[in-house]
Design a protein around this ligand. Structure first.
Ligand SMILES: [Mg+2]
Length: 204
């Protein structure tokens, strides 16, 4: 019997390296209102963090400080830009479909992300891999985001599982998985995902 009943994947930076695209889209919509978003700041503080929280940090550190709601008004523009960019890119590693298909025969699978389901679901569909997931948990589904345990607890509850393996690339995400009481497997990105997961699940 497998050690885990489910594998819960973070999205950005795990299934898809979309963080540089998120960054570029935010930087582009913030620039016209005089807010400069630097990659180094985003890389350190923005990866794996919910959009509202990123904007709260941006608003607090802008000079003079701004109301974060002012910046939040740019979210629809950022989202639209992100979707357009994602539709242009060949989004996923070609081996991902077969890999998820193999896993789905053995485990329940979920995507657990701080991004909105309305962003993630079309990308999964465009990549032809949406069918492998039993549930998607997005930023709009929980009150407390990563690093709180809520997103991973909700995924496990929806799947009806107690033992899950969480696959994450960010500190906030790993903390969330651990707080939910699950084992966390750290990956660097889509490039080492398959090898890391198959190794941990003794499927190599
Ligand atoms: Mg991530």
């Amino acid at each position: 019997m497998p050690e885990f009943e489910a594998i819960l994947f973070d999205f950005d930076g795990v299934l898809l390296d979309s963080e540089p695209v998120h960054y570029a889209c935010w930087a582009e919509v913030l620039a016209p209102v005089g807010v400069t978003l630097e990659w180094e700041f985003f890389r350190q503080h923005g990866i794996g963090v919910e959009d509202r929280e990123i904007l709260r940090m941006m608003a607090a550190r802008s000079d003079p400080p701004r109301k974060w709601e002012e910046l939040w008004a740019l979210y629809p523009a950022k989202k639209k830009l992100f979707q357009a960019r994602m539709a242009q890119l060949p989004p996923f590693d070609p081996s991902l479909d077969g890999f998820l298909s193999e896993l789905h025969g053995l485990y329940k699978l979920a995507v657990v992300s701080s991004s909105s389901i309305t962003e993630i679901a079309p990308i999964l569909a465009a990549g032809g891999i949406g069918r492998h997931f039993d549930t998607l948990v997005g930023g709009e589904d929980v009150k407390h985001h990563k690093p709180a345990p809520d997103p991973y607890l909700l995924a496990a509850q929806r799947l009806g599982v107690r033992a899950a393996l969480v696959v994450e690339d960010s500190e906030a995400g790993m903390a969330s998985g651990r707080a939910a009481g699950f084992e966390v497997l750290a990956v660097k990105g889509p490039a080492d995902l398959r090898e890391r997961v198959l190794g941990r699940c003794n499927l190599t």
